[in-house]
Design a protein around this ligand. Structure first.
Ligand SMILES: Nc1ncnc2c1ncn2[C@@H]1O[C@H](COP(=O)(O)OP(=O)(O)OP(=O)(O)O)[C@@H](O)[C@H]1O
Length: 317
């Protein structure tokens, strides 16, 4: 659906995006992450045809954006960081205007606007002036604007910035729903947001793509192992004895537990092994009750900081 090849963007002598390549298949929800100034907005603006690249190519649905910009733009709905809303218009007037800009047939305009406003939950504010809407509703109108013309790709730049916690939850769940019918690229520096909504993550730092993977794979790449936390009703020596036969275990870290007669143990196992069953049988053989067994996942924040620090250190090195 989207193919980016060797994309570079220079502003004068400053290179904002350096030789980035990736492709996105139909129906994917991609998180585009990076610290401030990393090059996210520049990349998005090139994908949407607002900026031209210094070098490299962008293909949308098989067409090159430089050769066929109008055809490419028909596939894209864009919600910029600051949605281009006209404050003195009502929501309906504004969406009507966007329909005209996008060349929607007059006959279907009303029906199209009604369908979209229902989808983004603004039906009851359609006749209110945009300037009088809350920030959350303004953002919904911005999303409705992006959906006009039924584009198959949605590019959303920091869609929850400046919203209150309730509005953030609402917009996130709306984006998740939209992801069922659209290919979505979501730029954000809010890590939980990306891990909640996206199946694949691209991380950009200093204009360079430093990661492109699922949140789970990024996590295991960071830890290089997998960790489980167990609470067992046993003594440390008995646990050590019970687990001594399991070859995949790299390390055991014992911790004091809050519950009487129990012990917490962090089990670190080899990468790509699932040792839950061997642990269960080892405990069952020694009559050790398992009170808790859970994965200790590395969170996205850890991954992000690790990759960015690693990259910056390599550069300095
Ligand atoms: N028009 C411009 N002229 C010169 N430099 C620019 C211009 N636009 C962006 N830059 C620079 O290019 C780099 C990348 O900027 P960009 O806005 O793409 O980053 P970003 O990842 O979107 O950051 P943020 O999260 O802060 O929006 C930054 O160093 C920025 O200062």
């Amino acid at each position: 659906m989207i193919k980016v090849q060797n994309l570079t963007k220079r502003y004068g002598s400053h290179t904002a995006v350096k030789d980035i390549s990736f492709s996105i298949e139909k129906g994917e929800i991609i998180g585009f992450l990076g610290p401030n100034g990393a090059g996210k907005s520049t990349t998005m603006n090139i994908l949407t045809g607002y900026l031209s690249a210094t070098e490299g190519e962008v293909e949308i649905a098989g067409k090159k954006i430089l050769e066929d910009p109008i055809e490419c733009k028909k596939h894209i709905g864009y919600l910029p960081e600051n949605p281009p809303l006209y404050m003195t218009f009502t929501a309906r007037e504004y969406l009507d205007f966007v329909c005209d800009l996008k060349g929607i047939n007059k006959k279907y305009k009303k029906e199209h606007i009604d369908t979209i406003s229902e989808k983004v939950g603004i039906t009851h504010v359609m006749n209110r002036l945009i300037k009088n809407l809350s920030k959350g509703y303004k953002q919904r109108v911005g999303l409705a604007q992006a959906l006009i013309g039924d584009p198959d790709i949605l590019i959303l730049d920091e869609p929850t910035i400046g919203l209150d916690p309730r509005q953030i939850l609402d917009i996130r769940s709306l984006i998740k729903d939209l992801g069922k019918e659209h290919t979505v690229i979501l730029s954000s520096h809010i890590l939980p947001e990306v891990s909640m909504v996206c199946k694949r993550i691209l991380i950009i730092n200093n204009g360079t793509l430093i990661a492109d993977d699922t949140p789970e794979k990024l996590a295991s790449r960071l830890s290089g192992s997998n960790k489980l936390l167990l609470r067992l009703e046993a003594k440390k020596e008995d646990v050590e004895k019970a687990f001594s036969e399991i070859k995949e275990i790299q390390n055991l870290n014992f911790k004091e537990s809050q519950e009487e007669n129990t012990i917490d143990v962090e089990v670190i196992a080899n990468e790509n092994t699932d040792i839950r069953k061997p642990l269960f049988y080892a405990c069952a053989n020694k009559n050790i009750p398992i009170l808790t067994m859970r994965s200790l996942d590395v969170n996205l924040e850890d991954i992000f900081l690790h990759l960015i620090t690693e990259e910056n250190q390599e550069k300095e090195g």
